[in-house]
Write a protein that binds this ligand. Sequence first.
Ligand SMILES: [Zn+2]
Length: 348
Amino acid sequence: MATLRVAPKPEAAPMKAAQVPKPGAEFEIVDRQIPEPDAGQVRIRVKACGICHSDVLVKDGLLPGIQYPRVPGHEVAGIVDEVGAGVTMWKKGQRVGVGWHGGHDNTCRECRRGDFRNCRNVKVSGLSYDGGYQQYMVAPVEALVPIPDGLTDVEAAPLLDAGITTYNALRNSGAMPGDLVAVQGIGGLGHLGVQFANKFGYNVAAIGRSSDNAVLAKNLGAHVYIDSQATNAAEELQKLGGARVIIATAPNSKAMSALINGLGPNGKLVVVGAAADPIEVTPSQLIFGSKTIQGWAAGTPAASEDTLNFCVLTGVRPMIETYPLERAAEAYARMLSGKAEFRVVLTM
Ligand SMILES: [Zn+2]
């Protein structure tokens, strides 16, 4: 049995993890045993993990059912380090990522119809189980995304949530090449949305709340920049013919509401920025011109794979600030401040 490989003893190599001990508590850096993958799972040696605004759900305990302590992180890039029983598709040493979609049951009504994104028992990485703010994590095979050679780990990580969200929302929006597509918010999601919208061949209007990001937005591929503080952004969009699609990335419901009148006939407001307060719209705003408002959440690992490959093909890249895992609390605070340009990524 010379070929039998002996797994390293977990106690021989404890790892570091940044965990939230309980809702609302500060991050703590702890030593943990390296987890072992069960059947149908792999262990990933994490190389990079993006910090996303939705990690606030874990940090502040905003969703019921989260078990603590919990290690957040759903923008994970790393290397398959060990495979559990029955895993044949993924090999040790392979570069993989894990995004928001952390698993599905394959048995519910939606899964039986192939709509894994809307699985009734969908798992979220870093929320349903420990995510990527640690040196090693375990994930089910249906959550894995292969990372192409053309992307570094820190580049790939934010694309697994911020990237796929904007890419997938836009490619499913119904907008055609040449259509006027507005991207509201030039931040973590928006700076990627502008790039994708440009590469998809849209006429891209970037909408920000000051003139600060005007030059940047044009460099990212916006054809027009609209300052929503200095002008009425909806009127500006109408001057351009009305938007076929507005993708709303900044979590600001008032700003989203104010843009609805910027939609053209059959226009659609696609909401990806998660704000807690209501969007306000009158029925007549929707009825005349057959306007719609649609929400969109990330996508499946297959859609993440498409996102990564598209980025390699076209040169779309996230703008990132990196922090070592040990400074997770500082990195999280930087993300929360809204001042990061634009995605904060932990490195291990
Ligand atoms: Zn399901």
